[in-house]
Design a protein around this ligand. Structure first.
Ligand code: EPZ
Length: 420
């Protein structure tokens, strides 16, 4: 298993290119199942989650090729059986359910397990498929969905923590080939949903309202191939912005979309971080005296849960008390124990982390547990005195393309150790 050996204390300086968004490309790859034609996806990040989704689509019979940042997919002859071992390993692959049901009127997809951040139920996904007329059962660890035909319907997809991103994606994709009009109420508003809708419309779908809580899909007979460039990854951009602020450096994030990052940028400005953007990108400049603040994660356009762990690290450097409250997932504080090992002063009070700063972090060996927690540990290593060894960085490789290379280009001392 690979680790990162980080020598902290160097302010990050320079420019870095933001990669395409993992959480946009995964459902867009699944959407290619809706047509026999070839689809070409540009600006796709080179990530293990992306190659994994490629393997899932290949196991269904699609032809998938990734050359650099371009993925070509042709699903001319496919079966509806999502391999248990494969789908179970990556939750994101649940978004093959909607396309398979729409294309084949039959889908068997393994029930994705929970993960360290929560139970990750899919009741809303199943509610959407049933609303469209499918008979859905859970048998031997598989979701088995069958339908004679799919019929447009008005559905409410809000759950206990608000909208569901991939549930909205599944419902939208299934509805593209349903007969009649589907209206999704309490739809997720994430930019990744808008990007998926844009790709589906390029394939000949008729979707309006993506990005708002009400999405209307008018079913069509069939979809054709399309070419699409994926939006930049707002979570990677937020992670690097926080790393720049935490190391009191100055970094320009080329290709970042500030209009996708208002909640994060608003918090950084509240803390005193300098943020500016122009055609060249988004420039973030750290300051000596940070202000504490409170953060609560919410559905988009609120503060993203995928940036909660990284922001927690920055808040350890602000004098005073900050409170971070996680409202989307039930256990997304796996990073806290490891941050304590580095010298942070954080106590957990139910859904909130109470952070006392500033804390002088000192390097140690820490263990990554999930994608965004490991990103937080890397940010902590960049500011800790001495060396930090972040183990099990395969978690990172799921969602950050060559992060150590990007950080080294910005002046950080980060080495990937192949054995440790
Ligand atoms: C997407 O996951 C992202 N993953 C997650 O990013 C992100 O954290 C999450 O949205 C929230 O923004 C991808 O897009 C591949 P949800 P998703 O359904 O769609 C509850 C990362 O680090 N819920 O929006 O699986 C659920 O338990 C990953 O890149 C139900 O109750 O998340 C959670 O509390 C982590 N029933 C809330 O909704 C359902 O049927 C939001 O989950 C579905 C979800």
């Amino acid at each position: 298993m690979h680790s990162f050996l980080i020598k902290g204390g160097t302010p990050l300086h320079g420019e870095v290119e933001i990669s395409g968004a993992k959480n946009a490309v995964l459902p867009i790859m699944a959407a290619a199942l809706l047509t026999r034609d070839e689809c070409v996806i540009h600006n796709a990040p080179v990530l293990s989650d992306v190659s994994f989704m490629g393997r899932v689509l290949t196991s269904l019979g699609a032809k998938v090729r990734q050359r650099g940042h371009t993925i070509t997919i042709q699903a001319d002859r496919i079966n509806g059986h999502g391999d248990y071992e494969l789908v179970r390993k990556m939750r994101g692959s649940i978004c093959i359910l909607g396309p398979l049901l729409a294309r084949l009127k039959h889908a068997e997809v393994s029930f994705p397990g929970g993960c360290v951040i929560g139970a990750r139920p899919i009741d809303l996904h199943l509610k959407a498929m049933r609303a469209l007329g499918a008979n859905v059962k859970v048998e031997a660890g598989y979701v088995v969905a069958k339908a004679r035909r799919l019929e447009g319907v008005r559905m409410f997809l809000g759950g206990k923590a608000g909208p569901t991103v991939l549930g909205t994606a599944n419902a939208m994709m299934a509805a593209t080939l349903a007969e009649g009009v589907t209206v999704i109420e309490s739809a997720a508003c994430e930019p990744e949903i808008v990007d998926l809708a844009n790709f589906l419309n390029a394939m000949g779908a008729r979707i309006e309202g993506a990005g708002s809580p009400t999405i209307t899909i008018t079913g069509v007979k069939e979809l054709h191939g399309a070419e699409h460039a994926v939006i930049p990854d707002r979570i990677e951009a937020a992670t690097l912005a926080i790393a720049a602020a935490a190391t009191r450096g100055e970094v320009t994030l080329k290709g970042a979309r500030p209009d996708h990052m208002h909640a994060v940028l608003d918090k950084l400005v509240t803390m005193g971080v300098k943020v500016d953007w122009d055609a060249n990108g988004l420039t973030v400049k750290g300051v000596r005296d940070l202000q504490p603040t409170d953060v609560t994660t919410q559905p988009y356009a609120g503060f993203p849960t995928d940036v909660q762990a990284q922001m927690t690290v920055l808040l350890t450097q602000a004098p005073g008390v900050s409170i971070v409250t996680e409202r989307i997932f039930e256990s997304r504080f796996m990073h806290i124990g490891e941050l304590l090992r580095l010298g942070a002063d954080i106590t957990l009070e139910g859904p909130s982390a109470v952070i006392k700063g500033p804390a002088r972090l000192s390097g140690a060996a820490v263990m990554a547990s999930d994608l965004r927690a490991s990103a937080a540990l890397v940010v902590a290593g960049l500011i800790a005195r001495g060396e930090t060894l972040v183990k099990r960085v395969y978690h990172l490789d799921r969602g950050y393309e060559k992060l150590e290379v990007k950080l080294r280009r910005l002046g950080a001392s980060v080495q990937r150790l192949k054995r440790s």
